[in-house]
Design a binder for this molecule. Structure first.
Ligand SMILES: NC(=O)c1ccc[n+]([C@@H]2O[C@H](COP(=O)([O-])OP(=O)(O)OC[C@H]3O[C@@H](n4cnc5c(N)ncnc54)[C@H](OP(=O)(O)O)[C@@H]3O)[C@@H](O)[C@H]2O)c1
Length: 273
């Protein structure tokens, strides 16, 4: 069994420290657990401490700060990032009328901007990795990802009428064009899962450079656990990072990767546990 993308314990030196925002979410909490399993310390910024599972709250290696990322000043956020080798965002709009259509409409975009600003303000001696959880419905505009006229029309409507989609698109653009490639302070990867599901136990996954099936009309499946494992791998494993930094990998559970669309997706990463 090949295990290419999961978290790796540090090969030497001090245990790593990471920042996770959105840690109370269904994927964020799994990512925190994956990082803890490597021996790392995980800083979390959460609106309510009780939102984090008790097992994580009780860990001596979870540092918990209560507050909303959109209310925190840059200096406070920079302090949270001090000494972190990588940061991740699993933020997403709450799936309710208020969460989807109410403020903050640019929760993810504004958070990504703030994290990037705070990384710069923390003056890291080497680039900090920033991994953003996004969606397969968002295209990587660096690549010519094929879309049918029907997909283009449907996406234009979704972009116009479903604010979280536009938020996900704009958030990834902050990294793709705002930070770009070769920045001395920030390196980034945008992880694009397809339809999220909750599974327990082992499952294999594959990461592709681009979607290999229509996220709108032939959606695939990605377990949150696999998203967390892949994100943790990006944050902790140098080989995985050098393969995907500055890119927007699309992650599918095994068997959901390539049923219909020819696409441009090359499998570059496989993982399992
Ligand atoms: N659903 C899908 O099939 C699908 C597919 C692909 C990609 N995605 C993307 O995946 C991402 C995360 O998914 P998920 O299911 O793991 O998310 P989730 O369980 O809904 O978690 C969302 C996280 O965002 C936080 N949050 C929400 N509103 C906030 C606000 N106003 N201020 C500060 N924090 C806030 C939540 O904090 P609280 O606990 O305090 O509320 C929680 O930690 C989203 O960006 C989504 O677009 C979803």
């Amino acid at each position: 069994m090949e295990r290419g993308g999961g978290a790796r314990p540090p090969s030497g030196g001090n245990p790593a420290t990471f920042l996770v925002v959105g840690a109370t979410g269904a994927t964020g909490r799994l990512l925190v657990a994956e990082l803890l399993a490597t021996g790392a310390t995980v800083r979390t910024l959460v609106r309510r401490a009780e939102g984090l599972p008790e097992a994580l709250r009780r860990s001596s290696r979870v540092e918990l700060t209560e507050g909303s990322i959109l209310d925190l000043g840059e200096a406070d956020l920079a302090r949270l990032l001090q000494g972190c080798g990588a940061a991740a965002s699993c933020l997403g709009h709450t799936l309710s009328l208020r969460g989807v259509f109410g403020p903050p409409r640019r929760l993810v975009t504004e958070s990504v901007r703030r994290i990037c600003g705070a990384i710069r303000a923390s003056r890291p001696s080497s680039p900090v990795r920033f991994v953003l959880m996004n969606t397969a419905g968002n295209a990587n505009r660096d690549l010519k990802e094929p879309r049918t006229p029907g997909e283009r029309l449907a996406l234009a409507l979704i972009r116009r009428f479903v604010p979280p989609h536009a938020d996900n698109e704009e958030a990834s653009e902050v990294l793709r064009t705002g930070v770009g490639q070769g920045d001395p302070a920030i390196e980034w990867a945008v992880v694009r899962p397809d339809t999220l599901v909750d599974t327990s136990g082992a499952a294999r996954w594959a990461a592709h450079a681009s979607p290999v099936r229509s996220p709108l009309f032939d959606a695939g499946r990605t377990s949150r656990l696999n998203v967390a494992r892949f994100m943790a791998g990006l944050m902790t494993d140098d080989a995985t990072w050098s393969r995907w930094k500055g890119r927007m990998p699309v992650v599918y559970d095994e068997g959901w990767g390539a049923r219909s669309a020819p696409g441009s997706g090359e499998v570059r990463e496989r993982g399992a546990r």
